[in-house]
Design a binder for this molecule. Structure first.
Ligand code: FAD
Length: 388
């Protein structure tokens, strides 16, 4: 594979973290992936290991137990995880999606209460927006938080929640005023387990969902049936701010998905090159056929282009200049490309490409969801078009 251009935002400390993460994900975690896929989840012990290695909350300030880094650190971790073909670990969502809600919108007391334990891997984060009846149309959520004394009482159902089986800290997107649309939405942190690690009364986990790919990821249903949560767990302390908080944080979520997409393409191309140089047909390596060479040269060119777009977006984000519209287009374009290019790479494997024993099969199956989650690519284009 040709070396990619050096990312303009990449500093030495980012590169050092990338090297350490690459080694750890490949040497320590990759041998366990098959067992984790069979189990449908990664164990909580892996989360604590990630915490010890400094791979959780890398961009949270030191004073809250984090790595004191920036989004560049989260980006290199997501890239290396994707390149290690690990779609099970929800550490990116935990560190770069859940934790920022607490850092940017939570009170000082909330930050001190949750972030250090999240950085250690003791608390595992999830964000529960989607419901059986409301995905793209978030204003339509029906989960309700009813105020009762010093508590909120949560009732409703969530589905497709990343880290759903492992999570013990869930940001619940709910209505504190069910009569309102966006203005009635609030974000409430639910610590869903008691000190003994048992689900609190009023909370239960549903199925660990059976997916096309990402088998080691515990994507689940969650049920709230009268779960009492202290009123002080309302993020920001004022009701009705949830929708605005989501709109502020979603660009980073979408950028992170784009990072994983580009990492996945990179691994896919490596796999196609390795395989076609080994595999023989008609007395020569498959790599020798002009079709293979042209197609993979084209994948390489598109990978270089995708990486350049991604780097520009990361650079803008690090300067606080990435708007929601461009983040949406970067997400939709890179994930569409991911599916297209991984399909080419799979084709180059012939029948073996359809077998799960080849890494390309997993990469291909895992990629499909990237066009759906974090907001579907149709919604991404709609969002961008509004500002065009
Ligand atoms: C593996 C996985 C992990 C996930 N993780 C999480 C998570 O951690 N937390 C969470 O809250 N959610 C999560 N999701 C949910 C995900 O974000 C939603 O599935 C997604 O937003 C789409 O919602 P939906 O499934 O209800 O589809 P729908 O909204 O029902 O969409 C169905 C189709 O209609 C299209 N459509 C809808 N509205 C429009 C429109 N206005 N214009 C054009 N087309 C439109 C969509 O693009 C789509 O093609 C996850 C999903 C998966 C599959």
């Amino acid at each position: 594979m040709l070396p990619l251009f050096k990312s303009p935002w990449l500093r030495d400390d980012h590169a050092q973290l990338a090297d350490a993460a690459a080694r750890f994900f490949v040497e320590r975690w990759e041998p366990q992936m098959a067992a984790w896929r069979a189990a449908g989840r990664m164990p909580r012990s892996a989360w604590r290991e990630a915490g010890e290695q400094g791979f959780l909350c890398a961009a949270m300030p030191d004073e809250y137990g984090g790595g004191g880094g920036d989004f560049g650190h989260e980006a290199v971790l997501a890239l290396e995880l994707a390149k290690a073909n690990n779609s099970g670990f929800g550490g990116g969502l935990h560190s770069a999606i859940v934790a920022p809600y607490i850092l940017h919108h939570g009170s000082e007391e909330q930050r001190r209460r949750w972030l250090p334990r999240m950085a250690a891997g003791e608390l595992i984060g999830a964000i529960a927006m989607t419901e059986p009846g409301a995905g793209s149309d978030l204003q339509g959520v029906r989960t309700v938080a009813r105020r009762d004394g010093d508590d909120y009482v949560l009732s409703g159902s969530k589905t497709f929640i990343t880290n759903g089986q492992n999570a013990n800290l869930v940001i619940v997107v709910c209505k504190t005023d069910p009569q309102q649309g966006a203005k009635g939405v609030s974000l409430i942190v639910a610590e869903v387990e008691d000190e003994a690690g048992q689900p609190r009364p009023g909370f239960s986990r549903g199925r660990n969902l059976d997916k096309i790919g990402m088998q080691a990821q515990d994507t689940s249903e969650l049920f709230f049936d009268g779960l009492r949560v202290p009123a002080e767990n309302l993020i920001g302390g004022v009701e009705g701010q949830g929708f605005a908080q989501l709109m502020q944080e979603l660009p980073q979520e979408r950028l992170l998905i784009a990072v994983s997409a580009v990492g996945g393409i990179e691994r896919g191309l490596q796999e196609a090159l390795r395989y076609t140089k080994e595999r023989k047909a008609f007395g020569k390596a498959v790599w020798e056929f002009q079709n293979t060479r042209f197609q993979l040269a084209e994948v390489q060119a598109q990978l270089l282009a995708a990486r350049a777009l991604l780097d520009a977006a990361i650079d803008a984000h690090l300067k606080g200049e990435l708007d929601a519209a461009r983040a949406a287009l970067v997400k939709s374009w890179t994930t569409d490309l991911q599916c297209q290019l991984l399909d080419v790479c799979l084709q180059m494997h012939g029948g073996y490409g359809y077998m799960m024993e080849q890494p390309i099969a997993q990469l291909w199956a895992d990629a499909r969801v990237a066009r759906i989650y974090g907001g579907t690519n149709e919604i991404m284009k709609e969002l961008a078009a509004r500002s065009m």
